[in-house]
Every structure is written in structure tokens, then in C-alpha cells.
Design a protein around this ligand. Structure first.
Ligand SMILES: [Zn+2]
Length: 362
């Protein structure tokens, strides 16, 4: 086995990896700050994931083990040089064939013997040390990979969060020029249609404020009954309470980049109970998801039946395959927006039937 110390061999690869990783890390941290709406904020990896601390600990351990290994390798180089030197001296001694060479030769041979024994010991010390370095290098690489993955998810989640709160943001702008008195409050036996987005996390789908445990959510407000309120009593952010929904998919998804890393669920909701209409969206007392397009990185799925949608909200990992897989990414953002719009805008039954090739209603 050949060991390469210090800056040579594997060390170079790790250093190169460190540079590449550092650049990717900085890029992602920048994207995250921007997605969180504060592009000037300096984020550190530890602000985003506890894995960053694990990585720091691993890297410093790796450094110290490498230092110890390199010290042993240096000692081995010196030993080998000495043995080589003594070997040369012995050869010379034999060549000159001196009469009284015996004691010197014996002394040299015993010295060489001693050095060789130390060399064997060193090999026993170096081998486990080297294995440890290699193990730590693998751990460091793996941690770096996981940190990058977590950061990518954080960037994506932050982007989707902005999407989910878009109607709030718009509300904030509109509020300054819309007198609450002018708001139209609908009481309709027929649900009003709206569109929303959710973050996909490992345990479920999250709206702007909370996880949705089922496809139906009823809004509450600490300011009392008659949610959503229209008198501004709870409107320190946007218009106040209620479940927000946009009026159309294009309006919901405008300016939102969807690419191969995107994880977002976009759905059509029936808004019921008291529904307040705003310029670009609604606030409702209750919303029920009726169709759901799930964009999970490189796959787009679609569900429009109650049971499958419910399964996804309960546990996205355990959920049955969501109806038809309708497309493989990456599609250009524009096409993807159109696809989502097509999927959830129309009466879902009709679209699902067309997907599966069944004849539509007469
Ligand atoms: Zn309220």
C-alpha cells in the first residue's frame, strides 16, 4: 500500500472539493437570503442546519488526524533514509574488506535491525490512522452533500413560502387603497373557486402559517367569531384572518420560478362559509382542496379524488401514487405553469378522465 502524505494525493482532492463546495454553499446561502426577502443578510450554514456544526467538528477532527498521520509518515521517511544510509555504509565496508570491520559492521547491522523493527511498528500505527482519515473524509463529503441538499430545500421552501404568502403581500398593498367597507362579502350556497400553494415537507403539506392535516381547513381568529373579519380588527398583516386564495393559477404562480428542484403543491380549493372578495383573491371561512398538482422535483403528479388528496395530507410518504404521473421535468417554467393551470383549473373529473383515456360525459 502506498500512502501519500499531506498536500499530495487524496489531500488535493479534498482541497479541490472544499473549494467547489464552498462556492456552492455561498451561492445557496445567497439564494436563501434572497428567497427569504432579505438579500443583504449574511447567512451562515449553522443558521440553516445543525449539520453545519457536525461538519465543523468532523473537519477539525480530520485535520488533527491528518496531522498525526503526516507526522508518522515523516518519521517513516526519515527511517527509510537512515536505513538506506546504513545500507550504503555496509556495502562500502564490504567493498573495502577491512580486517577490523567486524565490530563496526555488527553495530551497523544491529542499528539497521532496530530501525527496521521501528518501521514495522510505524506501519502498524499508520495503517489504522490512514483508515481513519479515509473514513472521516467520507463522512465530511457526506455531510457536505447533506448540507447542500438541506440548503436547496430551504431555498425551495422559502420560495414557496413567499408564494403561499403572496396573497397576503398583495393584500398589504391593496389595504392602503381599499376601504374595508367596500369589500364584498359573499354568502353563497355554491362554493367560490380559489387557488393556493403548499410547501411539501417530509411530514406533510404546509400553508403559509401551518401544516394542513386534511384537505379542509376552517379559519379561526382570536378576535372572535364572524371569520373572516372585514373591520380591520385583526388586520395587522394584510387583510387579517381567513384562508387566503388567489383568483387564478397564473396570478398565484406569476413570478414564481419552477424548476427541477421545486417541491410545491398547487391546488384548486372550494371556498365556503363567509368569503370576502379582494381585487386579486379571497379570504374564506373554510377551504377544501378539490384538485392538487404536486410538483416534486422531477415528477408532476395530479390528484382530483377526495381519498387520494386526503391521503397526501395525512402522510405524503405513505400516500398512494397520486393518480396519473402526467409529466417528467424539467419542463420550462412557462410550460409547467400552463400544465399546472390546465390540471387544476378545469373540472378535475374531466381532465382526469382525459388523462386516463376514458370518454368524457356526453
Ligand atoms: Zn379576524
Amino acid at each position: 500500500m502506498v500512502y501519500v502524505a499531506g498536500s499530495g494525493g487524496r489531500g488535493t482532492n479534498v482541497a479541490t472539493g472544499t473549494r467547489t463546495w464552498g462556492i456552492e454553499l455561498q451561492t445557496l446561502l445567497g439564494e436563501l437570503a434572497e428567497a427569504q426577502g432579505s438579500p443583504d443578510r449574511i447567512l451562515r450554514p449553522a443558521d440553516v442546519t445543525p449539520l453545519a456544526r457536525d461538519l465543523d467538528a468532523r473537519v477539525s477532527l480530520l485535520r488533527s488526524v491528518v496531522t498525526r498521520r503526516d507526522r508518522l509518515l515523516e518519521e517513516r521517511r526519515r527511517l527509510e533514509a537512515s536505513i538506506h544510509g546504513y545500507g550504503r555504509a555496509l556495502e562500502l565496508l564490504e567493498a573495502t574488506d577491512q580486517v577490523d570491520a567486524g565490530p563496526v559492521e555488527r553495530s551497523l547491522r544491529s542499528r539497521v535491525h532496530e530501525l527496521r523493527r521501528r518501521l514495522v511498528e510505524l506501519a502498524d500505527d499508520i495503517a489504522p490512522m490512514q483508515r481513519r482519515v479515509e473514513r472521516l473524509e467520507v463522512e465530511v463529503e457526506s455531510l457536505r452533500g447533506r448540507i447542500v441538499t438541506e440548503l436547496r430545500h430551504a431555498v425551495e421552501a422559502a420560495r414557496v413560502n413567499r408564494l403561499a404568502t403572496r396573497t397576503h403581500a398583495r393584500g398589504l398593498v391593496e389595504r392602503s387603497r381599499t376601504d374595508p367597507i367596500d369589500l364584498e362579502v359573499l354568502w353563497s350556497p355554491v362554493p367560490v373557486t380559489g387557488y393556493r400553494a403548499w410547501n411539501i415537507r417530509h411530514d406533510g403539506l404546509y400553508g403559509a402559517r401551518r401544516r394542513w392535516l386534511r384537505p379542509t381547513l376552517t379559519a379561526g381568529c382570536r378576535e372572535g367569531l364572524d371569520v373572516p373579519h372585514v373591520d380591520g380588527r385583526c388586520a395587522e398583516v394584510a387583510f387579517g384572518c381567513g384562508i387566503y386564495a388567489a383568483k387564478s393559477v397564473p396570478r398565484l404562480l406569476a413570478d414564481f420560478d419552477i424548476d427541477g428542484d421545486t417541491r410545491v403543491a398547487v391546488g384548486r380549493v372550494d371556498l365556503e362559509g363567509r368569503v370576502v372578495e379582494h381585487d386579486h383573491g379571497y379570504r374564506a371561512q373554510q377551504a377544501t382542496v378539490r384538485a392538487l398538482a404536486v410538483v416534486d422535483r422531477d415528477v408532476v403528479r395530479f390528484a382530483a379524488d377526495e381519498e387520494r388528496i386526503r391521503g397526501l395530507f395525512i402522510d405524503p410518504r405513505e400516500a398512494p401514487l397520486l393518480a396519473a404521473q402526467v409529466g417528467r421535468l424539467p419542463l420550462p417554467t412557462r410550460e409547467l405553469r400552463r400544465l399546472i393551470d390546465d390540471l387544476i383549473r378545469e373540472p378535475a373529473d374531466g381532465y382526469a378522465r382525459r388523462l386516463s383515456g376514458e370518454p368524457g360525459p356526453a
